[in-house]
Design a protein around this ligand. Sequence first.
Ligand code: GLN
Length: 309
Amino acid sequence: MIKDLSDLKLKIAKILDANKASYELGKVADYIPALAEVPSNLAGVAVATIDGDVVSAGNGGIPFSIQSISKVFGLVLAMNRLGDELWTRVHMEPSGQPFNSIIQLEWEKGIPRNPVINAGALLVSDVLASHYSASKLSFVNFLRQLAGDESIHIDSSVYESEMQHGSRNAALAYLMKSFGNIESPIPDVLSHYFTQCSVAMSCEQLAKSLLFLANKGINPTNNQTVCSRKDTHRVNAILSTSGMYDQSGEFAFSVGLPAKSGVGGGIVAIVPNYGVICAWSPPLNSFGNSVVAMKVVANIAEELGLSIY
Ligand code: GLN
């Protein structure tokens, strides 16, 4: 039971204030106009606790493009659908390469290094497109159910831009298909993947929707089992080793929490048996991780002594 919510709210607001000027050290993702237009000085934070409480500060209630944070939800759905067969089609090793790298995919015969780099998330998108009759709708409904919020939606301008600038992701998907590791037609796989990336959610909604990963697979707000305890451990392990891309080692060293970032500037961090932290600020460092959100999550983890190691 986390008793003093007003104290927690004060602490996270203070940490956000102390770090938000660092947005000037980063650069907003500009590979699509819909992301390049987001004001760079927005910043928010939210903490959801396994008692189901949510506190936030700054712009913690403003929806933003979740981008690669969607890879966590897609992975859970694919694990539930395919069981252990999934791990014959994607590995669980850190890549040590940028998130959209293609180089290892050829060496490893079309099997992605892990499910939270682009190649792996495209593989997961194929599993979902092949195993659900309406995978995009199922995906959004899954998020609505987890967050208990029907207002969660797909940002159509982000989706359109992603489709127009999707050549590298298409290349990853076609290379996997050439090795026989993709079942569905590539346009279906890309359409599912870009739909996932284009969901808009706030820090508050994201923190709440991932509570099951801090609570042994059970969503504490409605007591529904989202995934098994074993799969919860596996997802958190993958997020610990690969969720921050090529900065995952540094993040484990300095913060010590399973986490996932997205190029929309969001970062979620899972605190087993405690809750979820989500921070957001659009400008990114060279690894594609939000400069301010990394500092905010790091400071909260340090102040509250949350490292899992
Ligand atoms: N839409 C982005 C892409 O596919 C997502 C990447 C990210 O958030 N790191 O390149």
